[in-house]
Design a protein around this ligand. Structure first.
Ligand code: EAX
Length: 325
């Protein structure tokens, strides 16, 4: 009798096991423009581990790194269309899809990381996220790309004067392009996939990006000078196709949101550690790093762009962000 009970038990267990594996496992196609071990990659892998755990393996991510699915604008279009499930992107091109995000790209808007994180995690940042569903996108969480600095191979940039006449690649982002125009540079919008070769061949003199992106795309091997001017804080976003999001159960939606919170901590930690460790890596590669810049002079150099920003976003709205303590 006992043996029979045992046998039945084993069969039930097997059946359950098969039911578990037979349960649909959905692999969500996600793309980004940096490496797997970058500040974006750690976001993706941490998010993946957490959703696998919290949905008993019913959901996992299928990674496409280094722009394999295209530049950020193209990936956003694909997620909007539903041919790609998710994207990790800087806010660079996002303003072309959700205009309300453009305000966070203004140069010298954020004092430091603490200020930027407080704004984005607080009511101002959360309010902007509510504008995404109307565009077929759901921004699960703000993330971090980091403070952007200028690299170039023409000359050490110590003052805004040194920027004049340089062909500087920018993202496809009018707010940034206006700032570089105001500085007298020649802003050249380009998707991230083309930047390394453009630096290598001299099609552009320079580009601007946070340290984690410069490291992850090895831009320091094709750029001679790095100026730590921190002209813009670059937020990033974890975005999912709206139809896919709407199809999740309430429990899975909160599983995704909890997973994103944990992944965000890892993402921000990686930004800060890259900024410390990255300096030595780049110096060893022979990059001349200009650490001390006259911030007031650079802010003055972009002042004329603020006329347009105040008009587009409202001076009071810009001040509201700047005043967050
Ligand atoms: O989001 O395009 C850029 O300069 C971005 O900073 C990069 O793709 C990471």
């Amino acid at each position: 009798m006992k043996a029979r009970r045992m046998a039945v038990g084993v069969l039930i267990g097997l059946g359950l096991g098969m039911a578990m594996t037979a349960q649909a496992q959905t692999a969500l196609k996600i793309g980004w423009t940096n490496a797997i071990d970058s500040h974006y990659g750690i976001m993706a892998t941490t998010f993946n581990d957490e959703i696998v755990k919290r949905t008993d393996g019913r959901y996992k991510l299928q990674y496409f790194t280094m722009g394999a699915l295209g530049g950020e604008r193209e990936m956003l279009e694909a997620v909007q269309l539903g041919t790609q499930d998710m994207v990790i992107t800087s806010t660079g091109p996002v303003g072309n899809f959700v205009a309300e995000t453009r305000i966070v790209d203004i140069p010298y808007l954020f004092r430091d990381y603490d200020h930027a994180r407080k704004v984005l995690d607080g009511p101002i940042g959360q309010e902007i996220l509510t504008k995404f569903p109307a565009k077929g996108l759901v921004a699960i969480t703000w993330m971090e790309n980091g403070f952007r600095h200028i690299t170039n191979s023409k000359r050490p940039i110590k003052t805004p004067e040194d920027v004049k006449g340089l062909k500087i690649r920018t993202m496809e982002n009018k707010v940034h392009m206006d700032a570089f125009k105001a500085m007298g540079a020649l802003p050249t919008p380009m998707n991230m996939n083309e930047v390394f070769t453009a630096c290598q061949t001299g099609t552009i003199d320079g580009q601007e990006n946070p340290i984690p992106v410069i490291l992850s795309n090895k831009l320091y091997t094709v750029q001679k000078y790095l100026t730590l001017d921190a002209h813009v804080y670059s937020p990033a976003l974890l975005i999912i196709n709206k139809g896919l999001w709407d199809g999740l159960s309430a429990a899975d939606k909160s599983a995704f949101q909890e997973a994103a919170k944990i992944a965000l901590v890892a993402n921000r930690k990686k930004v800060n550690s890259d900024e410390v460790e990255g300096m030595d890596i780049m110096r060893k590669e022979g990059v001349e790093i200009i650490e001390k810049v006259d911030n007031a002079a650079f802010q003055k150099a972009v002042a004329s762009a603020y006329v347009g920003y105040n008009k587009e976003f409202g001076e009071a709205n810009i001040k509201k962000i700047m005043d967050v303590k």
